[in-house]
Design a protein around this ligand. Structure first.
Ligand SMILES: *Cc1c(COP(=O)(O)O)cnc(C)c1O
Length: 408
């Protein structure tokens, strides 16, 4: 069935399905490394690209093609390429679109390894980069150089939840002859379609909302044009960060309920965020659906919903963060996000504990910062879990600044 002019939910369920000889309703797992040719001529034609068909699973596999076609349609792109992980997607994009001597401008609060890969590794091959707060477009415009080939933004970004104007960023990039790449992981294609807003390439860690069930690591890149799609695919074939057919099957299965999951989690988050904002132990809340969020109006314009990611700051700082982490029962104490289950993390004592306090604060990771990925459980159960966990804070001595208190 051609789903290209059907609605988003119809695409989620039907787009890209590869029918087989038995009439299977979903695309089966083609668990094979290679595909036999009927004869020498067919082999030659496939390698020459004259005949469609599969050759070898690193180059392409029907189960993976089904997922790629589905996500390409969801993002309104020409084509998609699935990767072994979100970072597989980021690295393939960098290597496909940048060369030694090129410069990239990116969001300062971008996903840590996306920045680490650029600053620690791409730099060794002569690629320059500048990181700025892209929620203020003047910073982006000022950072552009004659050799800027790529503008790479994440919106909303993590954990600052800052929002960048995608259409305006595309104009700035294109005026300088650069491409715009958007990491759309936090929004998912259900809430934001960067290609429609002017971006050239969109990528996802499908580990998060697209798969949605916390049981797979994966990535995907969607290109707006055939030329860009071919460039990215050619890099992947050589790099080898391809998604495995079993992984592709799992993601296709999770993806069908994307809209249902995202809407349900947002319904919960939209009630939890104001509850947190009114809580006496909470200093501030960053949720793009709250009018207090600095880019709330922009998010309302360029997205169709506000999602389920909430950051908030505990007045009690580091100690309060540890107390909340040690007392949640329903919320899972884990990194990652976008799954059906509620997850909570405290970067200062967990993911960023090894960082010097000064640089951690400079990166916006304050002592009391808590990140919450709201799941699809019953609202009352999530709220009562947070209520009791936050209630434990008062039972310990509050320490605002562990350095002042002489703690490590
Ligand atoms: C998780 C994440 C990634 C990396 O994805 P992996 O699947 O963990 O490799 C990239 N960007 C964002 C915004 C993420 O949240």
């Amino acid at each position: 069935m051609d789903t290209r002019n059907k609605g988003f939910n119809t695409k989620l369920v039907h787009a890209g399905i590869r029918e087989d000889a038995h009439g299977s309703v979903v695309t089966p797992i083609y668990q094979t490394s290679t595909f036999a040719f009927r004869n020498a001529q067919q082999g030659a034609n496939r390698f020459a690209g004259i005949e469609d068909g599969y050759i070898y699973t690193r180059i392409g596999n029907p189960t993976t093609s089904a997922l790629e076609e589905n996500v390409a349609q969801l993002e309104n792109g020409f084509g998609a390429t699935a990767m072994a992980s979100g970072m597989g997607a980021v690295s393939t994009v960098y290597l496909a679109l940048l060369s030694g001597g090129d410069h990239m401008v990116s969001t300062d609060s971008v996903y840590g390894p996306s920045r680490g890969l650029m600053e620690k590794h791409m730099s060794r091959f002569g690629v320059e980069s500048t990181y700025v707060d892209t929620s203020d477009l003047e910073n982006l415009a000022k950072a552009m150089k004659v050799n800027t080939k790529l503008v790479y933004i994440e919106s909303p970004s993590n954990p600052a939840m800052s929002v960048t104007d995608i259409a305006a960023a595309a104009e700035i990039a294109h005026a300088a002859g650069a491409l715009l790449v958007v990491d759309n992981t936090f929004a998912s294609p259900h809430l934001q379609k960067p290609l429609d807003l002017g971006a050239d390439v969109v990528l996802h860690s499908v580990t998060k909302f697209i798969n949605g069930h916390a049981d797979i690591v994966g990535g995907i890149v969607v290109a707006k044009t055939e030329a860009l799609h071919k460039q990215i695919r050619a890099m992947l074939i050589n790099l080898g960060a391809n998604m495995d057919p079993h992984q592709s099957y799992m993601v296709s299965r999770g993806l069908k309920t994307l809209a249902l999951r995202v809407e349900r989690a947002e319904e919960n988050a939209s009630r939890i965020a104001p509850w947190l904002e009114a809580h006496p132990q909470v200093a501030w809340v960053r949720y793009i659906g709250l009018p207090s969020h600095p880019q709330h109006e922009l998010a309302r314009r360029q997205m169709t919903g506000f999602g389920s990611m909430i950051s908030f700051e505990l007045k009690g700082g580091m100690d309060a963060g540890r107390v909340v982490m040690d007392n949640v029962h329903l919320a899972g104490l884990a990194v990652s996000l976008g799954g059906v289950e509620t997850l909570i993390s405290h970067p200062a004592s967990m993911t960023h504990a090894g960082m010097a306090r000064e640089s951690r604060l400079a990166a916006g990771i304050t002592d009391g910062l808590v990140r919450l990925s709201v799941g699809i459980e019953d609202l009352d159960d999530i709220l009562s879990d947070l209520h009791q966990a936050l209630g434990h804070i008062g039972q310990v001595q509050q320490v605002e600044d562990p350095q002042l208190a002489g703690l490590p």
